[in-house]
Design a protein around this ligand. Structure first.
Ligand code: HEC
Ligand code: HEC
Ligand code: HEC
Ligand code: HEC
Ligand code: HEC
Ligand code: HEC
Length: 355
């Protein structure tokens, strides 16, 4: 990708991608410690040999972003406060502000030294703290990161109005369990803390953990948690072997999702926040123009358009599944004698064409 480990954070990806590469370089060294180590020869804001982990980075000043446990386990966590501190490049101060334990003044971005002032009301008289830690994160927590990509790419709605399980009060972790709650040995009880997941035909996020979540039969063949037992007495058995449950039970999705995103068509829509995004044009499931970036500016998650569409059926590992198939087109630069393609930045193309 056309970004460095550091710009992955400053560009906003960090809002939802919370761990791993925000802390350690490709050799497993912690960015800030290694940059401060005289042996590294690295300097903040320097080119640092075009090393993607250190190019123009300021780790020694910003610190790193560790996995923030309270982001999921403290229901009152303030995501906006975390984002705001990260925007100010106050990486290592962000967790305290997010957890509402403290306020932070100063900003590395403005070259002032951040100062953290603990909020006395958040602490007990003896200086200890008793945070409201919960074991099972709330759905709103999961959705603070998953709502948007779910909407745009998967055509997933995650709303009680259209999903029987959310209407019945299920939590995401009822089907995506972790830790002791999980059944699958690959994730059960291990300190690794992975979530049960499905098997996404369109993605490769931890394929080694595919199908570690609870599938439909976990409840519907047993009646667990009060589920109606699916007998399907009128269906030939072959159907259930070849057709995924979702294919019959999710015949339509009541949400507008992207069918096609074109990176080479000028998008004249209103309220598009950055100029580069004018070169990112979306088409809905009906292939009609859709001002998705403008909608994101104008609408909260629950106001999103509810145009329904019928999912495309695909055959995946021997079964028929309903999916939203997203197509993308991007301009690319090919240079003679060089392998691979370069992807020009949208902002640069915009400048070339429109000044
Ligand atoms: C609003 C939250 C959010 C933001 C902001 C965000 N992502 Fe993601 N991203 C996700 C989620 C959630 C997933 C997993 C989606 C899923 O599988 O449904 C994901 C998946 C991905 C994947 C796919 C991994 C795979 O193997 O399929 C890539 C690559 C990625 N994001 C890169 C980025 C980059 C680069 C940025 C910044 C330009 C970014 N993301 C910003 C939430 C976000
Ligand atoms: C992205 C969200 C998220 C983050 C971040 C997160 N957790 Fe969790 N945690 C979960 C979920 C989901 C469960 C499982 C809930 C269930 O199924 O009962 C869980 C369960 C746990 C459990 C219970 C384990 C068990 O075996 O039952 C502990 C302890 C825990 N987390 C500690 C942590 C610590 C420590 C951190 C930070 C290093 C952390 N969590 C960060 C989501 C998160
Ligand atoms: C801080 C943002 C954040 C929170 C909170 C969060 N996730 Fe995620 N989740 C992500 C991102 C980003 C990815 C993709 C990781 C990657 O590609 O490396 C992901 C991946 C996943 C996947 C695998 C996706 C795939 O394509 O296979 C599942 C399932 C999942 N998360 C469920 C949950 C559940 C359930 C919760 C609430 C307990 C939750 N997440 C909370 C950001 C988040
Ligand atoms: C009734 C069980 C159930 C509930 C509740 C549930 N999920 Fe899922 N989820 C699944 C199953 C099964 C899959 C895999 C099959 C599919 O994609 O249709 C899946 C797939 C996903 C994926 C795609 C990646 C993958 O693992 O295949 C994400 C991301 C996800 N769910 C997030 C959530 C979030 C966030 C919530 C809470 C708002 C939630 N889920 C609630 C059962 C559930
Ligand atoms: C964790 C347990 C659990 C899992 C896993 C689960 N369900 Fe359910 N399901 C329930 C319960 C409980 C209800 C009853 C909710 C109600 O009626 O309020 C239900 C209701 C339903 C209904 C409506 C039945 C009716 O008569 O109205 C359908 C259809 C359904 N589930 C399909 C699925 C599919 C498909 C999957 C897999 C993607 C799945 N379920 C996974 C527990 C589960
Ligand atoms: C070929 C289409 C088809 C497939 C595949 C399918 N179902 Fe059904 N399902 C139906 C129909 C039709 C009904 C209502 C009539 C009936 O019960 O036979 C139904 C009924 C149900 C009910 C309601 C039972 C009740 O008594 O209220 C549940 C729950 C359910 N299915 C879950 C599932 C699960 C879980 C799977 C996957 C293992 C699945 N279905 C696969 C078509 C299908």
């Amino acid at each position: 990708m056309n970004m460095t480990s550091f710009s992955f954070i400053t560009v906003w990806c960090v809002d939802c991608h919370p761990g791993g590469s925000l802390e350690f370089d490709r050799e497993g060294k912690r960015y800030d410690r290694w940059m401060t180590d005289p042996d590294s020869g690295l300097n903040p804001e320097a080119g640092n040999g075009f090393d993607g982990d250190y190019y123009q980075a300021r780790w020694s000043e910003t610190g790193v972003i560790e996995a923030d446990c309270l982001l999921c386990h403290l229901p009152e966590y303030d995501m906006e406060a975390r984002k705001m501190q990260i925007k100010k490049l106050n990486f290592r101060w962000a967790a305290g502000a997010g957890a509402r334990f403290a306020s932070v003044t100063g900003s590395i971005a403005e070259n002032t030294v951040p100062k953290i002032v603990c909020d006395k009301d958040a602490f007990n008289a003896d200086g200890t703290i008793s945070p409201h830690i919960i074991r099972e994160p709330r759905n709103e927590t999961c959705l603070s990161c998953h709502a948007k990509p779910g909407w745009k790419k998967r055509g997933a709605n995650f709303r009680p109005r259209t999903e029987v399980h959310l209407r019945a009060g299920f939590k995401c972790v009822d089907c995506h369990p972790a830790g002791k709650s999980a059944e699958d040995e690959r994730i059960r009880g291990k300190g690794l803390h992975q979530f049960g997941k499905g098997d996404d035909p369109g993605g490769h996020v931890r394929d080694d953990l595919d199908n570690t979540g609870r599938d439909c039969n976990f409840c519907h063949s047993t009646g667990k948690l009060g589920a109606p037992v699916a007998k399907h007495t009128r269906l030939p058995g072959l159907h259930l072997n070849k057709i995924a449950c979702q294919t019959c039970h999710i015949p339509e999705r009541v949400i507008k999702a992207a069918l096609f995103q074109a990176g080479d068509v000028f998008n004249p829509g209103a309220r598009i926040p950055t100029k580069g995004k004018h070169l990112w044009t979306f088409y809905g499931p009906d292939m009609a123009y859709w001002n998705h970036n403008g909608d994101l500016e104008m609408m909260g998650y629950y106001d999103k358009p509810t145009d329904s569409f019928r999912p495309v059926l695909v055959r995946y590992k021997g079964k028929i599944y309903p999916v939203n198939r997203v197509h993308s087109a991007w301009p690319a630069i090919q240079s003679d004698g060089q392998d691979g393609l370069m992807q020009p930045k949208m902002g640069d193309i915009y400048k070339i064409r429109f000044g």
